[in-house]
Design a protein around this ligand. Structure first.
Ligand code: NDP
Length: 484
């Protein structure tokens, strides 16, 4: 049995209470590690360590800070095999996906912000011959990051990298469900000599240590990725404390498939978009709308391709679909499939729990599932399921496609599949989503803004704006002479 520890002031530390939680391997259902159930006493230690580390880290010359982060990025890339295997065990995702998405992008996140910090500049505004304003952008201080279980290392680094690059010290909480890669990441921080106290990692429950972090008076900003309901609760807690907040939340993402698309490519890409990571990506396409002229051929090809997905042990290279992250989440997904049937949905493929042979006999597997026949107002089409389930429906024209796509409270990511450039530009402008992909999915340029509109988030930006989020702007206004 492995024991995961907190990482405070550059050292590994047991929780002061001595209490640990079980960590379950989703593919086997077996407990394979123990993680600290941290509480406010552990948090106080981490805050003090972060406060002590702050002046030196904040004042570290930019090139030197960038060098340390680049070393961290290189070390993550070098450890990607070990990290990918750990994430496959911890999360249930296929090891190949963990390697090419989570680990690759984790190193890329750190490298991007290490380079970005040397390019960061602040504004000045001249008032003619009268005065000049310039804006100082200092780090905020001690900040907290809270990340979810679906892309554990990727999203953990997506939050800590800009915070550290901007000169803050950080207290990070990974999800209690997937703590292992953050623990391995702490070992890498030790190896590369990240100064102690600059990054502190606390494990435990969201409603315990997570809530304590949000409430802590000396933590000045919270960067959160997770569900919309949790985000709402966090905002209600943090707003009266005047904390800076970034919320990256849930989605219910549409894909609009037009008759003039490249059908084969679109089928392949949308199978990936709907089912990558067992559908447990906030950006996954969960509502697929197809122009009526090509609805039947598209549906037939899509369902055939979904049926061919290889569900199996996440540790096998051939596996395309692994386990869902927990028994509770599997049950939630299965309950939505039942709900879809009650709402009049027809299950075109999948719909059942899978019992595997051998090592994975007790794992949390669900068949990739496609459902048709549901209205936009059904709960199935309104609520985030976050599993290997998508709906498919026909539409008649652009106006109907747009109304369906925009018809939920979420606004994270939409995709358009068409060869008609004018239509793509026109619809992209009218879609109420933070990200619109055209003939592609999950392509990311880290310089672009990232995040959702509506109930999918607030206060999130990509590129240099993410660095900017982690700074406190101060305007200095200087009058040139005595005249007022
Ligand atoms: P949750 O909202 O349940 O949890 C997210 C994180 O918040 C976890 O670390 C959790 O801890 C913690 N947490 C829970 N309650 C509190 C609290 N009261 N105070 C402080 N922290 C708390 O989300 P999931 O982990 O289930 O992740 C899935 C969700 O994340 C989906 O809705 C998905 O769409 C969204 N997501 C959004 C992304 C985006 O970029 N917009 C990207 C990826 C996911 P613990 O798990 O230990 O309880």
């Amino acid at each position: 049995m492995k024991t995961i520890e907190n990482y405070i002031d550059g050292r590994f530390a047991s929780p002061l209470s001595g209490v640990y939680l079980d960590n379950v391997e989703p593919a086997t259902g077996a407990v394979y590690a123990q993680i600290p159930e941290s509480d406010s006493a552990d948090l106080e230690r981490a805050v003090v360590a972060a406060e002590q580390a702050l002046p030196a880290w904040r004042d570290t010359p930019l090139e030197q800070r960038a060098d340390i982060l680049l070393q961290l990025a290189d070390a993550v890339a070098a450890a990607s095999e070990e990290l990918a295997r750990a994430e496959a065990i911890d999360n249930g995702k296929p090891v190949a996906f963990a390697r090419t998405v989570d680990c690759y992008r984790a190193a890329a996140n750190i490298r991007f912000f290490a380079n970005a910090l040397t390019q960061f500049s602040s504004e000045s505004h001249a008032m003619g011959a009268t005065a000049i304003n310039y804006t100082l952008r200092d780090p905020i201080g001690v900040v907290a990051t809270i990340s979810p279980w679906n892309l554990p290392l990727y999203l953990f680094t997506w939050k800590i990298a800009p915070a550290l690059a901007a000169g803050n010290t950080v207290i990070a909480k990974p999800s209690e469900i997937t703590p292992m890669t953050a623990y391995l990441f702490a070992q890498i921080c030790q190896q590369v000599g990240l100064p102690k106290g600059v990054l502190n990692i606390l494990h435990g429950r969201g409603q315990g240590i997570g809530q304590a972090m949000v409430e802590h008076p000396r933590i000045k900003a919270i960067s959160f990725t997770g569900g919309t309901a949790t985000g709402k609760h966090l905002a209600a807690t943090a707003a009266p404390l005047f904390k800076k907040l970034s919320l990256e939340l849930g989605g219910k993402n549409p894909a609009l498939v037009f008759a003039d698309c490249d059908l084969d490519k679109t089928v392949n890409q949308l199978v990936r978009a709907a089912f990558a990571n067992q559908g447990q990506i906030c950006l996954c396409a969960s509502r697929i709308y197809v122009q009526r002229e090509v609805y039947e051929p598209f549906k037939a090809a899509f369902v055939k391709a979904v049926k061919a997905l290889q569900v199996g042990d996440p540790l096998l290279e051939s596996t395309q679909q692994g386990a869902l992250v927990s028994a509770a989440h599997r049950d939630k997904v299965l309950s939505y499939i039942e709900l879809a049937k009650q709402e009049g949905g027809r299950v075109l493929c999948g719909g059942q729990q899978i019992t595997m042979d051998g090592r994975c006999a007790q794992g949390f597997f669900v068949e990739p599932t496609v459902i048709e026949g549901l209205t936009i107002n059904s709960r199935t089409n309104q609520e985030e399921i976050f599993g290997p389930v998508c709906t498919i429906e026909p539409f008649n024209d652009d106006a109907e496609a747009l109304a369906l796509a925009n018809g939920t409270e979420y606004g994270l990511a939409a995709s358009l599949w068409s060869q008609d450039v004018s239509r793509c530009h026109r619809l992209a402008k009218q879609l109420d989503f933070g990200i619109v992909w055209v003939n592609t999915w999950l392509m990311r340029d880290l310089r672009t803004p990232f995040g959702g509109m509506k109930a999918s988030g607030v206060g999130r930006e990509g590129g240099l704006e993410a660095l900017r989020f982690f700074t406190e702007p101060k305007n200095v206004c200087i009058q040139y002479g005595d005249d007022s």
